[in-house]
Design a protein around this ligand. Structure first.
Ligand SMILES: *[C@@H]1O[C@H](CO)[C@@H](O)[C@H](O)[C@H]1NC(C)=O
Ligand SMILES: *[C@@H]1O[C@H](CO)[C@@H](O)[C@H](O)[C@H]1NC(C)=O
Ligand SMILES: *[C@@H]1O[C@H](CO)[C@@H](O)[C@H](O)[C@H]1NC(C)=O
Ligand SMILES: *[C@@H]1O[C@H](CO)[C@@H](O)[C@H](O)[C@H]1NC(C)=O
Ligand SMILES: *[C@@H]1O[C@H](CO)[C@@H](O)[C@H](O)[C@H]1NC(C)=O
Length: 662
């Protein structure tokens, strides 16, 4: 049986505009806004705030002549066929929240922007902060009101999985997985001799990634969907975006990591190849509508939202994840990048963490302790640079201690994930654990149109999943661990043929260079598994230093030819960038981006499809794959929404079950 909760806010709903490029406020098409908005689903017991706003546009197409919002508005909540109960009574509050007032301006469309014609809106608002647990039933539909139907989903009663290992290949799509297989695995006469680990999982599904108010998502918004079961807005971490300018006052919602902690007391791990305050790792614990608040994100990992902003009572937190491994030393080294300029390595140490800075130290950690591993400033080096083009690790001045030396001993996703399993396992004391491990630079390198590095990151993710399965089996936890591998959004990448890079470089005219691209029959065979100088019959080098499961060489004469659906102007020669990640476009004379004149100079030029203020490729609409293995894996088959992943994981862990401990 499904149960519903419905709520109505008593105000007139005047005009229904369907704003597109620019919106007055996402998920609020009327002048009365309720967050959580209509169609929100909850897990029983999941904590959340409520925000109400009444808008009075001063001018523009929605103006009514009344520029002062009526401050007398009420919220009532209706369960089943009963009366609509006043929120104050329903949530047992001492008094109604105070009315807050502010105003904002926005452009209604691109014409208005060109003409500099702003529309102003005056706002009256109220917030019910963390109103607590609720058990709500059935739905209601009001007349000229803003009605939000919230569904409280029937939770699983029995816990199926003890541990959850949740992998996110940021930006990863099926065409990328197919391309990674092509370069990382040998095929003879059309038959692969080995397979990706992803090819061998138990369940395959597809998830829809769109936002609450736009059909293309970013990683903050999509991580919010995956971890809370709630759609939100681009750049938002675990909040619904209100119209106030304060980036911390937006109504919050509890994440899977907070729930897991609160309900089971088990340890939580966060691993990423990005800087650790980046959106995908941040979204496990942080609550802000602006993913750029990196220092606050690190503060919130360690402490909580209430102590970050004491105006709001947010009674749940990650309570200091047991494992945090990634990059982003800027937010830890005392200085301009850290919260209040403090030394956050010391802050973590003061809360009982051991801190490690390189792979050698990582190998030796005391698994009984909470562990912070920060291995570089910024994002971790890419697999290709750590393993093949290692000269690129030099001259970076990126050591995580801030001593300006090079971080040459960085771990990879596999090193970090396997060690994180050991720490979580040692600290779980039978309670089970939850870990998110992110291959962040699939996305980062796809943005840079550096397909080779992106596929290297994807092969590293696959290798990490494979090694994790083996390790879990060795420690006797495999049968109790649900492993889910998915992405948060796509990029419009695919392979369309082969390229004779030698012929391409030898031509002087762009139209002639394009003749190097072989389509259909001329696409030929993958050159990535043929080591330089080896014969096709001598297999000994094929699984040499970089194999198995990785290419034997990264710059074969016969390369794959790939394209991108949304990019700036660029040049393509299908040769790996040997000096480090690509910068496909640079500022041109008109201030907009043009193809970078100093890279891929032997290539031919490709016209961009994006506005000229975009320097990189952007995310795309496509559904992304979901792979699962272990207890609860069968729930991940089929086509579903990104928010369903939260409920499927929560169900495997029975997090919706009333808990005895709280
Ligand atoms: C404001 O709303 C309340 C409740 O709906 C109504 O009684 C009152 O007349 C309204 N005030 C104005 C100035 O419209
Ligand atoms: C918007 O708010 C500011 C600050 O509260 C105030 O000074 C200003 O007059 C307001 N603007 C309008 C158009 O009401
Ligand atoms: C509409 O009002 C806002 C502020 O209230 C103001 O900034 C803006 O210039 C106004 N727009 C026009 C077209 O007058
Ligand atoms: C939040 O963190 C502060 C500072 O460490 C602590 O005093 C407080 O108890 C914490 N509150 C919650 C709800 O965890
Ligand atoms: C195969 O190639 C490797 C590496 O180039 C070489 O050492 C080995 O002798 C070769 N084996 C045969 C049978 O040719």
């Amino acid at each position: 049986m499904l149960s519903h909760l419905s709520l109505s806010i008593l105000l007139l709903n005047l005009l229904l505009v369907s704003a597109q490029t620019y919106q007055r406020l996402g998920a609020c098409p009327t002048l009365g806004c309720v967050f959580p908005p209509d169609q929100t689903d909850f897990l029983v017991g999941q904590l959340f705030d409520i925000r109400l706003e009444v808008h009075a546009p001063v001018n523009g197409t929605e103006a009514t002549g009344n520029t002062t919002p009526n401050e007398t508005f009420t919220l009532c909540i209706q369960k089943g066929k009963g009366n609509c109960v006043e929120a104050k009574k329903y949530f047992n509050l001492k008094s109604e929240p105070a009315v807050e007032k502010w105003n904002f301006t926005y452009y209604e469309d691109l014409f208005a922007k060109d003409e500099g014609k702003l529309t102003g809106v005056n706002v009256a608002a109220k917030a019910y902060r963390a109103p607590g647990k609720y058990q709500a039933k059935l739905s209601y539909n009001g007349g000229a009101k803003t009605v939000a139907n919230w569904e409280v989903r029937e939770p699983a009663k029995k816990r199926k999985a003890k541990n959850v290992l949740f992998f996110i290949g940021d930006g990863m799509t099926q065409p990328m997985i197919t391309a990674a297989r092509l370069i990382g695995h040998k095929s003879i006469n059309g038959k692969y001799q080995t397979l990706m680990q992803l090819d061998q999982m138990e369940a395959l599904g597809l998830q829809m990634t769109h936002s609450i108010d736009s059909f293309i998502t970013d990683s903050a918004n999509s991580a919010t969907a995956l971890y809370t079961g709630k759609k939100s807005t681009v750049n938002a971490l675990n909040v619904w975006v209100d119209s106030s300018s304060d980036v911390f006052d937006d109504p919050k919602v509890e994440t899977i990591a907070e729930l897991f902690r609160r309900k089971t007391g088990g340890p939580v791990g966060i691993v990423s190849t990005a800087y650790i305050a980046d959106a995908t790792p941040a979204a496990l614990c942080a609550h802000t509508r602006d993913r750029g608040q990196s220092a606050s994100v690190v503060y919130e990992f360690l402490y909580n939202a209430t102590s970050l902003d004491p105006r709001f009572d947010w009674p749940t937190s990650c309570k200091g994840p047991d494992v945090i491994f990634g990059g982003g030393a800027e937010q830890f080294i005392a200085g301009s990048g850290s919260h209040q300029g403090k030394d956050f390595y010391k802050e973590f140490q003061s809360q009982g963490y051991q801190v490690v800075y390189d792979n050698t130290q990582l190998k030796k950690v005391d698994t009984s302790k909470k562990t912070l591993g920060i291995f570089t400033t910024g994002n971790l080096a890419k697999w290709v640079d750590r393993n093949v083009l290692t000269e690129n690790l030099k001259g970076q001045s990126n050591h995580p201690t801030g001593d300006k030396t090079d971080a040459v001993d960085q771990p990879g996703l596999k090193d970090m994930t396997l060690k994180a399993i050991d720490v979580l396992q040692a600290r779980s004391k039978g309670k089970g654990w939850f870990m998110m491990s992110e291959a962040a630079s699939i996305d980062k390198m796809m943005h840079a149109l550096d397909y080779d590095r992106a596929l290297g990151e994807l092969l590293e993710l696959d290798d990490t999943v494979r090694a994790s399965i083996k390790h879990l089996e060795e420690i006797g936890e495999l049968d109790d661990t649900l492993i889910v591998v998915t992405a948060d959004h796509g990029h419009g990448f695919d392979v369309f043929g082969g390229a004779d890079t030698k012929y391409l470089a030898a031509q002087t005219e762009d139209r002639k260079k394009r003749a190097a691209v072989g389509v259909y029959a001329e696409s030929g065979l993958s050159g990535y598994q043929v080591a330089p100088g080896s014969s096709p019959t001598n297999q000994s080098v094929v699984f040499g230093a970089q194999g198995p499961n990785f290419p034997v060489q990264w710059n074969p004469r016969y390369a794959y030819a790939a394209g991108f659906g949304a990019s700036p102007d660029r040049r393509e020669d299908y040769i790996i960038n040997e000096k480090g990640p690509r910068t496909p476009a640079t500022k041109g004379s008109d201030g907009g981006y043009v193809a970078n004149p100093s890279e891929h100079t032997v290539g031919y030029s490709v016209s961009g499809t994006l506005p000229t203020d975009q320097s990189q490729g952007v995310h795309s609409l496509q559904d992304v794959p979901v792979y699962a293995k272990g207890p609860g894996a069968e729930a991940f088959r089929g086509v579903f929404n990104s928010v369903d992943i939260f409920f499927k994981i929560a169900d495997a862990l029975a997090l919706g079950k009333p808990s005895k401990r709280h």
